[in-house]
Design a protein. Sequence first.
Length: 119
Amino acid sequence: MSADRWAAIVAGAAVLAFLYVFFFGRRSAVEAESRITIVVDGGYSPDLIVARRGSPLTLIFDRRDSGPCTDEIVLPDFGIRRALPTGRRTAITIVPQHVGEYEFSCGMNMLHGRIRATE
Ligand SMILES: [Cu+2]
């Protein structure tokens, strides 16, 4: 095989690898589901949740760390402030009424996540 052909194959493989990483590698959003577990461990994972407008969404906060920062969760748009005991799963159900993004944060407004409501 010629050097040009090899170069084309290598370039093609590089493009495929890039596309794979671009579309799948860094994605932390989770598609619309009615229940989603969010691991709380120095941050929120995933930190972007895709929901459906008008449908109940249950967020299950699985708190693993014990730092003071994450011991409360706040969803200001829903008027919710809830304690998250370490080693427990705390379920919070909301209904996003409008298309758009809703923030959630720790009690000190330092760590953040988003709920994106779509049609
Ligand atoms: Cu905090």
